[in-house]
Design a protein. Structure first.
Length: 188
């Protein structure tokens, strides 16, 4: 089965549950034509909904690992679970925080952070807002180039969720990121 069909299978299953979840990372970039493909399926979920999501994914595949209160480098993830669904790696995060020079950025995933949907054969798959991923990618040194791609996108298409960018300004983030966010809010 190809990646798109597996994505649809997972999306249909998760949409049938009464949970708050969204696709993230490279799938968000793919939606906005900032990435050609995706290697794995990254999902963000509310902590309270993690048990239901876990059970659903265990019915679709195998668990590779489960980590609670995982601190690895700059990542401070309260819950990080990995699954294999028909050969595709699925990574689930609840409460993803990122260490930076000014402290720990704690964005608090919520229904409010879902901005758009990926539509595949009439199946709506929720996506974490592009603005949220601009901030994440900026804080991840080896992924900062993706933040630059997103900023270029905002120059041409405007930011739709300036409220999320303004919220980030109240969090523990580096001054250089605050400058970038203020530039987007003011100009795009």
């Amino acid at each position: 089965m190809n990646k798109i069909n597996i994505l649809k299978k997972i999306g249909k299953t998760l949409n049938s549950l009464d949970i708050t979840w969204a696709l993230s990372s490279s799938l968000v970039l793919k939606k906005y034509n900032l990435a050609d493909d995706f290697n794995d399926i990254d999902i963000m979920v509310l902590k309270k909904d993690l048990p239901q999501l876990d059970k659903a994914l265990l019915n679709l595949g195998d668990v590779l690992s489960k980590s609670d209160n995982k601190i690895e480098g700059i990542y401070h993830t309260k819950h990080f679970y990995r699954y294999n669904v028909e050969g595709i790696d699925v990574e689930v995060m609840a409460d993803l925080d990122i260490q930076n020079d000014n402290g720990i950025y704690k964005p608090e995933f919520s229904l409010n952070k879902i901005e758009n949907f990926m539509l595949i054969d009439n199946l709506k798959l929720p996506l974490v807002a592009l603005e949220q991923w601009f901030i994440f990618y900026y804080l991840i040194p080896q992924k900062k180039y993706k933040a630059k791609l997103i900023k270029e996108y905002f120059k041409k298409n405007k930011s739709k969720r300036k409220d999320l960018l303004k919220e980030a300004l109240t969090k523990e983030i580096p001054d250089e990121l605050k400058k970038e966010i203020n530039d987007i809010i003011k100009n795009y």
